[in-house]
Ligand binder design. Structure first.
Ligand SMILES: *[C@@H]1O[C@H](CO)[C@@H](O)[C@H](O)[C@H]1NC(C)=O
Ligand SMILES: *[C@@H]1O[C@H](CO)[C@@H](O)[C@H](O)[C@H]1NC(C)=O
Ligand SMILES: *[C@@H]1O[C@H](CO)[C@@H](O)[C@H](O)[C@H]1NC(C)=O
Ligand SMILES: *[C@@H]1O[C@H](CO)[C@@H](O)[C@H](O)[C@H]1NC(C)=O
Length: 455
C-alpha cells in the first residue's frame, strides 16, 4: 500500500511496538504488533501482553490520511480472537467520543468489524478492545484491504429475494430508503452487501457475517434464501417479525455448517425445540432465541455442546426441567428467564467458565445449586425454591449481582459468612427478600453496597 495512505501510531524497532493510547495522552505499552504484508494489503497482528478483566480495555489508534480518505483507498477489517474469556471490539471514527460507530460483541470468541471505504474519513480512528467478565486474552488483527470485496452474485440474488419477500409495504424502510437498488422489486438488482454495515465478507465475497437486526423483516423464516449463504459464521435476525416453526430454523442451520452465532431474539417463531439439537451442533457458540413463542422442553443435548458459550432462551413458552451441562462445557452465559421451567436447578460447580446464570421467573423448586468461582450474576428470583443459603454463597469471589428474592428460602442468613462476603469488593446488588432473615433484620431488599454486605 502507499505509505501516505495511513499509519499506525507506532515506533518501529526490530519488531514494531504498537502504541496504546488513552484519549488524552499517548502512552507506550508492551503490546506488540507485527506488520504482515499480504499482496497489496497491510495487516497488523497484535497480541496483548496482559489479560483484560471486565471493564478494562485496550485502545489502539490508526491514522487515516487526507489522501486515503479522498481516494477511498481501502476498507478496514478488524478481527479479535479470544483464547480465554471474552472481548468486544468497537471502532471510533475521527471526532466520535462516546458510542462507537461500529461495535461487535458476538460472544463467539471471534469478533469481526468491516469498516467500508465509503465511510473512510481523514483523522485518527480508535479501536477499543474491552474485556468480558473475567480474564481475557486476545489477539487482534487489523487489515487495510485495497481490493474491494464484492458479494457473490448468487448470494446477492438470494438476499435480494429475501428482502423482496420480507419487506412488503413499508417494511424495511431503513434499508430501502438508503439503497435505490432495493426499490425496483427486482431480486437481481442489489447493493453490494459486503459494504453494508455490519456485514462482513471473506476474500472471495462470500458473506460470513450478516446483520439484519431491527430491519422490519416481516415474513415466514426465509430458510431457502439464508441457506444459500453457506459461509455464514454470524447471523443476526433479532428484532424483526419472523414467523414459523423453530424446527424449520433448526433444519436450515444444518446447511450452515460454519455458523457460530445466531440471534433470533425478538421475533414470532413458535413450535418445540427439535430434539435433534441441530441448532447447537457443529460450531455454534452463541445462540439467542429469547422473546419468541418457542414451546416444549429444552432437549438435554443443549447441555452437551462443547462449543456453546452463550445460550439465551428468555421469555418463550418453555416448560419442563432445565438440562444439566456436561463437564467439558465452556458455557459462559445461560439465561432462560420468565417461562414455566420446573424441577431443580442442576449443580453448576463444574462449569468453570460460567459467569451469568439467570432462571428468574420460572417454577424451579428444590435447593440452591453449587456455583462456580467465576460466577458474576446469579438470578433465581421469582421461583419456588426452598432451603437455606449454602455457606459457600458467602464466598463467591466475582459475584456482582445475586438475586434470590421471591422464593421460599428459610432460616437465617449465615452471619458467619458476612466477613467473607465483605472481602468481595465487587458485590453490587444483593436481593434475598422476602423470606430470608438475617438476625433481627427480616428483609434484605436490593441491598446496595460498594464493598461488601454490610447489614
Ligand atoms: C476504556 O477504559 C478507560 C479507563 O478505564 C475508560 O475511561 C474508558 O471509558 C474505556 N473506554 C471504553 C470505550 O470502554
Ligand atoms: C474456561 O476456563 C478455563 C479455566 O479457567 C480457561 O483455561 C479457558 O480458557 C476458558 N475457556 C474460555 C473459552 O474462555
Ligand atoms: C412444528 O414442527 C414440529 C415438528 O415437525 C411439530 O411437531 C409441531 O407441531 C410444529 N409446531 C407448530 C406450532 O407448527
Ligand atoms: C413440570 O411441569 C410439567 C407440566 O408442564 C409436569 O408434568 C411435571 O410434573 C412438572 N415437574 C415437576 C418436577 O414439577
Amino acid at each position: 500500500m502507499r505509505s501516505s495512505y495511513g499509519r499506525a501510531l507506532l515506533s518501529c524497532g526490530v519488531a514494531c511496538l504498537c502504541i496504546r493510547v488513552s484519549r488524552s495522552q499517548l502512552t507506550l505499552d508492551r503490546t506488540y504488533c507485527d506488520k504482515v504484508q499480504f499482496g497489496s494489503d497491510l495487516q497488523w497482528e497484535c497480541r496483548d501482553a496482559k489479560t483484560l478483566t471486565y471493564g478494562q480495555n485496550n485502545t489502539y489508534a490508526w491514522e487515516v490520511t487526507q489522501e486515503a480518505a479522498q481516494d477511498q483507498a481501502y476498507d478496514m477489517m478488524l478481527t479479535v480472537t479470544t483464547s480465554s474469556g471474552d472481548a468486544a471490539v468497537g471502532i471510533f471514527p475521527p471526532g466520535t467520543s462516546t458510542a462507537p460507530i461500529l461495535a461487535s460483541a458476538s460472544g463467539t470468541g471471534k469478533d469481526v468489524i468491516f469498516f467500508p471505504r465509503s465511510q473512510l474519513t481523514a483523522g485518527t480512528f480508535f479501536v477499543v478492545v474491552a474485556g468480558g467478565a473475567y480474564s481475557t486474552s486476545y489477539k487482534m488483527s487489523f487489515d487495510t484491504l485495497q481490493d474491494p470485496r464484492k458479494s457473490r452474485p448468487h448470494e446477492s440474488a438470494a438476499l435480494g429475494q429475501l428482502l423482496l419477500d420480507c419487506c412488503a409495504g413499508s417494511a424495511c424502510q431503513m434499508l430501502t430508503s438508503q439503497y435505490a437498488e432495493l426499490q425496483d422489486n427486482d431480486p437481481t438488482t442489489n447493493p453490494d452487501y459486503c459494504s453494508i454495515v455490519p456485514n462482513v465478507c471473506q476474500e472471495e465475497g462470500h458473506l460470513t457475517q450478516l446483520g439484519l437486526s431491527g430491519m422490519g423483516l416481516s415474513c415466514p423464516f426465509p430458510a431457502a434464501q439464508l441457506t444459500a449463504l453457506t459461509y455464514l459464521e454470524a447471523l443476526d435476525l433479532s428484532s424483526n417479525s419472523l414467523t414459523g416453526n423453530i424446527s424449520l430454523v433448526a433444519a436450515a442451520s444444518q446447511s450452515l455448517q460454519s455458523l457460530m452465532s445466531l440471534s433470533l431474539n425478538g421475533n414470532a417463531l413458535s413450535g418445540p425445540l427439535p430434539s435433534t439439537c441441530a441448532l447447537v451442533q457443529d460450531s455454534m457458540a452463541a445462540l439467542d432465541m429469547s422473546v419468541n413463542y418457542i414451546s416444549g422442553s429444552i432437549p438435554s443435548c443443549y447441555g452437551q455442546s462443547s462449543t456453546l458459550r452463550k445460550l439465551h432462551l428468555d421469555a418463550n413458552d418453555l416448560e419442563g426441567p432445565f438440562p444439566a451441562f456436561s463437564e467439558n462445557s465452556i458455557i459462559m452465559s445461560i439465561t432462560a428467564s420468565n417461562q414455566e421451567l420446573n424441577g431443580t436447578v442442576p449443580d453448576l460447580t463444574n462449569l468453570v467458565n460460567l459467569t451469568i446464570f439467570n432462571l428468574e421467573g420460572n417454577e424451579m423448586t428444590g435447593l440452591l445449586p453449587g456455583l462456580p468461582a467465576a460466577l458474576w450474576t446469579l438470578d433465581l428470583s421469582g421461583n419456588q425454591m426452598t432451603g437455606e443459603l449454602p455457606d459457600a454463597y458467602g464466598n463467591l469471589p466475582q459475584i456482582r449481582t445475586l438475586d434470590l428474592s421471591g422464593n421460599g428460602f428459610s432460616g437465617s442468613f449465615p452471619a458467619s459468612e458476612i466477613p467473607a462476603c465483605s472481602a468481595s469488593q465487587s458485590l453490587a446488588v444483593m436481593s434475598l427478600s422476602p423470606h430470608l432473615s438475617s438476625g433481627s433484620k427480616s428483609l434484605l431488599v436490593g441491598l446496595q453496597t460498594s464493598n461488601g454486605w454490610t447489614i
